[in-house]
Design a protein around this ligand. Structure first.
Ligand SMILES: C[S@@+](CC[C@H](N)C(=O)[O-])C[C@H]1O[C@@H](n2cnc3c(N)ncnc32)[C@H](O)[C@@H]1O
Length: 285
């Protein structure tokens, strides 16, 4: 949804943009030429390998760009290190990048067998295997139901507990099989989709990070500056929607998207992963 990001952020020469989820630099690549001359983009990502890929992709932008491997909950510190006090635009393109999904070793995907990890920052926190093997059944069921919006959470959590009693669950392939056997029939999406999504959200504390970062992002925006978020999960989108509504009620922002903006049909055709994207934007008053 790069076109829509440009439409809502309206980047202009000399402006400063904070890209909180730089990934491999796809959006940044489109934004940077619009900030020249005199502008600046600070790109953050907590992933181990994405910043290096972005650095290569954006190598031609020299002084216009700074990339940091950081969690966006630390955006104020990152801006401080770059000597910036306020910005004209903030972008959050939430979720995971394609390399994280495609690289079996990262353990995000049920389609490729690999270690059950799912950490974006592999130096920190518990892995999905820790979660699956150590949580009690009730907590697992809650997690899968709430974060995965999975109606078969009871069956899946029971089967996981049964299977891990025989042998700890260490791989994405084994977990995907266990889930497939626990779920009756076949729906449109792979039966493990929702459970994997729930585990990923918990492992990376994604909802908590978003809740903590939103007020920080508003704080560092200049009046008239814009914030734009793309969510791929309904719980994330709900957080953005409610936060924007509360801010609008307090006359802190003007909401620019009455309804979430969805990707065009053509984009969904060429990039099926974009199908669940919802973009919302607001302008600081
Ligand atoms: C959908 S991808 C971004 C893709 C990017 N906009 C592009 O065009 O290439 C989401 C990125 O956000 C990163 N991410 C997720 N949570 C984060 C957090 N709390 N702090 C920093 N980066 C985060 C992920 O590592 C991932 O690379």
């Amino acid at each position: 949804m790069t076109g829509e990001v440009v439409e809502f952020l309206q980047p202009r020469p000399g402006q400063v943009i904070l890209d909180c989820t730089l990934g491999e630099g796809g959006h940044a690549l489109r934004l940077l030429p619009l900030l020249a001359p005199g502008g600046f983009l600070l790109g953050l990502d907590r992933d181990d390998s994405a910043p290096a890929v972005a650095e290569q992709k954006l190598a031609g932008y020299g002084e216009l760009l700074r990339i940091e491997r950081a969690n966006y909950t630390e955006l104020e510190e990152a801006l401080g290190r770059a000597g910036i006090e306020s910005v004209d635009g903030v972008l959050f393109d939430l979720g995971v990048n394609s390399s994280q999904l495609d690289n079996a070793d990262r353990g995000f995907s049920f389609q490729n067998d690999g270690p059950l990890d799912m950490r974006m920052d592999t130096a920190a926190g518990q892995t999905a295997a820790d979660l699956v093997n150590r949580s009690n059944r009730k907590d697992l069921e809650w997690l899968i139901r709430e974060y995965g919006e999975e109606r078969f959470a009871g069956r899946i959590s029971r089967r996981i507990v049964e299977e891990r009693g025989k042998n700890p669950i260490r791989t994405t392939g084994r977990l995907a099989k266990i889930i497939s056997r626990a779920v009756p029939g076949r729906g449109k999406i792979h039966p493990a989709t929702r459970t994997f999504q729930a585990l990923r959200l918990e492992v990376n504390q994604e909802l908590d990070c978003l809740n903590r970062a939103l007020p920080l992002a508003r704080e560092i925006l200049r009046p008239g500056g814009r914030i734009c978020l793309i969510a791929f999960h309904s719980l994330e989108d709900r957080i953005v929607k409610h936060t924007f509504r509360r801010w609008a009620g307090e006359e802190k922002v003007k909401i620019l998207t009455r309804k979430p903006v969805r990707p065009r049909e053509e984009e969904v055709r060429t990039n099926p992963r974009s199908r669940s994207a919802r973009l919302r934007a607001a302008e600081k008053i």
